[in-house]
Design a protein around this ligand. Structure first.
Ligand code: FES
Length: 115
């Protein structure tokens, strides 16, 4: 199987624990979250309606949507609390030479566009 393609996002030293950073990789909006359990990356667009999750809150590994309050586990994208019912696509993360890199999940569905 082909090695996934990792894109550099930010230096680990520039993303303190408890913080998150929105970025765009190959046109996909992604949110990188530094938690006490490590660094994780999920889609930055809520699966309920259209909201950017970097405008919400990160509490431990729980990411809370700013619009209707759904929450997701950033470790795997699963829904912790509705109204969202669909998991957030989660992407692979690695830290190389002090830099956080993300590889998009090739099976992630297309992101919705803003309306
Ligand atoms: S848009 Fe995120 S909970 Fe509704």
């Amino acid at each position: 199987m082909a090695e996934p393609s990792f894109a550099p996002v930010v230096a680990l030293a520039d993303l303190r624990p408890g913080r998150m950073r929105a970025c765009t990789i190959d046109g996909r909006e992604v949110l990188v979250c530094h938690t006490k359990d490590g660094v994780f990356a999920v889609d930055n667009i809520c699966t309920h309606a259209f909201a950017r999750l970097h405008e919400g809150r990160l509490r431990g590994t729980r990411l809370v949507c700013p619009l209707h309050g759904a929450s997701f586990d950033v470790r795997d994208g699963r829904v912790l609390q509705g109204p969202a019912t669909e998991a957030l696509p989660a992407h692979a993360v690695r830290v190389t030479a002090g830099r956080i890199e993300v590889a998009l999940d090739p099976s992630a569905p297309p992101q919705p566009s803003e309306y």
